[in-house]
Design a protein around this ligand. Structure first.
Ligand SMILES: Cc1cc2nc3c(=O)[nH]c(=O)nc-3n(C[C@H](O)[C@H](O)[C@H](O)COP(=O)(O)OP(=O)(O)OC[C@H]3O[C@@H](n4cnc5c(N)ncnc54)[C@H](O)[C@@H]3O)c2cc1C
Length: 449
């Protein structure tokens, strides 16, 4: 613990994973005074679990990772309020209610907001995104009066919203601008796999279809959408899930340099001294190799928080993430991705793709055309070990090596069907090779390394 340094007031705007991880780690490392502010909820909750409240699997108290007494015990002061403006010269925050707060060091962890692209009718009653707790409350409010919903924008949050609505027997039409689901992220085959899966779940999926306008009834509530093709779809609810963007509108006059997000260097420092930003709202001036400048996922917020706490407590530390990974669920199919797999191959890249006969399970491995080293992978329906793929990509293993050792990465329970042999046969057949599986799955694999 940093005992000698003078006590500072560290103020954190945002009580999501980024802000809270920063606060917890600053407390572990120092005696600084810490205040965490949020206008959304009094306590930190797991945003990724919001859907389970709506679906009745959990209550709000279950998605709060810490008991309410935790904060006082750890001397982390909480304030539920919206910050309206920041005076970085005087180091003062101005709240919506007129109050002020002085800080020594300021951390911006303000997250994202749902995108709205200026559609006519986007602010009507019954039209909303799914990001914050208030969105969940609004969905609860409208749900009993919804028979038919339209969701606009095919991504992970859209699928969650569809799944939520369908548990209340609401019919869902999904408008997706691209020719496949999540077409800006997933390669063609995976996008088509997810599209088929959504159709199987009775979602009325309309590909190559954009929203043009939302029409109101006489009370100002959505009653119909008109698509770019001129088709009219009756509905009582419109979900806007066409991505999220950094929640930084209130910073426009602050003098802090902004682009799409709050611009930061590798130490998460903004353009203003003693002001830092992290998580969904931060944008790296110089992105880390193979990573995007803005990363809107849970684990990056947590990792940045751990790193920033070091800097705030006097040990300046750069945020240097390792290989990219992400995971999600499309109804009942699990998806994992490691390293670099983009929707379209780059010039120096090649790919190997295998899909099971049932069209629900697949594996893609992208590799460098010249060196044949593995660059990244996508998998649907087979659970994979993070540490194995991370190591294979980091240590630049060849695709042949990876194919021969695939069982080693398999994390499914022992009794699950295994596909590595099928994958190997397809690979050998396509490439005219005679590779053989060299590893066994599970404990044997670990013992025989
Ligand atoms: C439905 C849903 C499902 C998701 N599922 C996954 C998943 O499966 N895996 C994954 O990796 N990621 C997932 N994400 C993304 C993940 O939740 C975010 O990347 C993460 O929560 C961002 O954390 P954060 O702390 O940076 O910001 P946030 O969690 O957004 O926290 C920011 C907080 O700051 C508050 N705030 C902002 N401005 C002000 C202000 N002016 N005054 C006061 N308070 C302010 C906000 O109200 C908010 O409470 C999901 C997101 C959603 C919405």
């Amino acid at each position: 613990m940093e005992a000698s340094a003078a006590q500072k007031h560290i103020v954190i705007i945002g009580n999501g994973i980024s802000g809270i991880t920063t606060a917890r780690h600053v407390r572990k490392l120092s005696n600084h005074r810490i205040t965490v502010i949020s206008g959304e909820t009094e306590h930190f909750f797991s945003r990724t679990a919001l859907m389970y409240i709506f679906m009745g699997h959990m209550e709000y108290s279950h998605i709060k990772p810490y008991e309410d007494g935790f904060w006082k015990k750890n001397r982390i002061e909480l304030k539920k309020a919206w910050v309206k403006t920041i005076d970085t010269d005087q180091k003062i925050l101005h709240f919506e209610g007129g109050e002020k707060m002085q800080y020594d060091k300021l951390v911006l962890a303000t997250g994202s907001k749902s995108n709205k692209f200026g559609w006519k009718g986007q602010d009507l009653e019954g039209v909303q995104g799914l990001y914050n707790y208030q969105d969940l409350e609004m969905m609860e409010k409208y749900a009993p009066t919804i028979r038919q919903a339209v969701i606009v924008g095919g991504g992970l949050i859209g699928v969650e919203m569809a799944e939520m609505l369908m548990t209340r027997k609401i019919t869902v039409t999904f408008l997706v601008r691209e020719d496949r689901f999540w077409g800006n992220i997933l390669p063609k085959e995976e996008g088509e796999l997810v599209s088929r899966h959504l159709l199987e779940h009775h979602i009325d999926l309309r590909l190559n279809t954009e929203l043009k306008e939302i029409i109101a009834d006489k009370n100002g509530r959505a009653k119909r959408v008109i698509t770019g093709n001129g088709e009219e779809i009756e509905c009582e609810f419109v979900g806007l899930t066409a991505g999220v963007s950094p929640n930084i509108d209130f910073l426009k006059e602050s003098g802090i340099e902004l682009n799409r997000g709050i611009l930061v260097n590798e130490y998460l420092e903004t353009s203003i001294s003693e002001v830092y930003a992290l998580g969904d709202c931060a944008e790296r001036r110089v992105p880390v190799k193979n990573r995007r400048p803005i990363e809107q996922v849970w684990y990056t917020g947590r990792m940045m928080g751990e790193v920033l706490a070091q800097t705030l407590c006097g040990k300046k530390t750069a945020y240097q993430p390792s290989e990219w990974f992400n995971s999600a669920k499309f109804f009942d199919i699990e998806y994992q991705t490691y390293g670099v797999v983009e929707a379209e191959l780059k010039e120096n890249q090649d790919t190997f793709y295998w899909e099971a006969a049932n069209g629900k399970i697949c594996l893609r491995i992208n590799y460098d055309k010249t060196t044949e080293t593995v660059l990244g992978m996508n998998v649907f329906g087979i659970r994979q070990r993070h540490e194995v793929w991370d190591k294979w990509i980091k240590t630049q293993k060849s695709i042949d090596y990876v194919i021969e050792h695939l069982p080693h990465a398999n994390f499914d329970p022992e009794f699950f069907k295994q596909y590595e042999r099928q994958i190997l046969i397809k690979y050998n057949h396509e490439r005219g090779k005679k590779l053989r599986i060299k590893t066994r799955k599970g404990l044997f694999a670990l013992l025989s390394r």
